[in-house]
Design a protein around this ligand. Sequence first.
Ligand SMILES: Nc1nc2c(ncn2[C@@H]2O[C@H](COP(=O)(O)OP(=O)(O)OP(=O)(O)O)[C@@H](O)[C@H]2O)c(=O)[nH]1
Ligand SMILES: [Mg+2]
Length: 445
Amino acid sequence: MFNFLSNKFSSIFASIAGKNKLTPARVDETLGEVEQALLEADVSYAIVRELMENIRADVVGKKVFASLNPGEHLIKVVHDRLFAIMGGATATVSVSFQIPSVVMVMGLQGSGKTTTIAKIAHFIQKQALLKSKKRDVLIASVDFYRPAAIDQLEILAGQVGVAFYRSSQSDPVGAAKDIYAQFKRGQYEHLILDTAGRLHVDDRMIDELRQIDKYLSPKHKILILDAMTGQESLEVARSFEEKIGFNAAILTKMDSETRAGAAIAFRYVLNKPIMLIGTGEKHDDIEQFHPDRITKRMLGMGDLQTLLERAEEKIQAVDSEKVAKAFDSNSFTFEDFAQQMSMVDKIGSLSKIMQYLPGMGSLNITPQMLEDGETKLKKLRAIIGSMTPKERREPKILDASRKKRIAYGSGTDVDSINALLKQFEESKQFVKLLKKNGRFSRLGL
Ligand SMILES: Nc1nc2c(ncn2[C@@H]2O[C@H](COP(=O)(O)OP(=O)(O)OP(=O)(O)O)[C@@H](O)[C@H]2O)c(=O)[nH]1
Ligand SMILES: [Mg+2]
């Protein structure tokens, strides 16, 4: 997410982070780079101009935070201003849908409406499950323009385990009425309604949506915006706002090579909430929109908080003592190492995890490198699996004959085992580093 921008910012910031002195010329140069990065990230000229004016005023005018050196001060100013544009501390929308409620999902063709509906249904259920509850969700579609549209929704409903209803009506408004009757009959708690998308916002689409809106009076009207369309999505959002109105937006495809234009323009110009963001094609790939976390990701500062929450969600099965031990560098053994790896497995692929780690942007990690990493992990797991418990606890005892046995058992070779031993030592160092809480901890962000 925001790889382009976070790479740029990581390298801009890396060159000034430790500086105890910054000449006015150096400050100017750095701010010029910040400005350029934003423009290249498809943020509109007008927004960049205003943002830069504010940043420049803060850099010169604001009292330097006592604990920060000039380089860090500059980084903090850029962060604070960008954070304000993303909505500041008040812009996190709680994602709770009243019961009962109708949710109408709108957006252009291919923006991700149908996929997102399955994600929302799944999200609602996951949240309920945290409180040991279950929600009765019905999903249905009035998209009669694309032949397979309704089938697609039915398949997704099966995958996430929610009810689906297919109306026998064939005009969208009639179908909406029929679906609503089914929602009432079945006493469902939520109805999430998929609507047809077009290439442009046209009169027929608007008219149809208006009629459905009038009949259903949905509590939530959600606009789906494809983040890949950049600042153009602003026009789409504006016309929906003008002609139908909506409560919140969901930005999809944030995992792609999306620049920051769409998100920034939407927040800044429309000043409406972004409720969730889509970060992949699977139904679990959805996150709440947190301005602070998004800002940090844009600036290449990572998002450890989201990573932690994902981890907590997935590792419920692993008891917390074990987790704590796995990150205790003093008594770090292969058992912990294996434990760490199984946690990594549960949280997601390496590439997913990397997105959340601070400073990763500047490392230029390619998809190929990540793929190689995954293959390596599989091999490492096989090796550790072939060790005896004692060997895992005391890798010191691994002599030539033990290594040979393990190589045989894991279908690898002695070189791979030596490489693992080396990596194990490095991993200990990494654990120490993680404990120091990342390199931006001094900024108090
Ligand atoms: N990578 C990624 N792909 C997504 C995301 N959301 C949707 N997609 C993909 O985008 C494509 C279009 O998604 P749909 O959900 O069919 O879009 P739609 O708005 O319902 O499209 P129409 O019904 O044709 O208007 C599909 O291939 C989805 O898998 C996302 O957050 N990330
Ligand atoms: Mg669709």
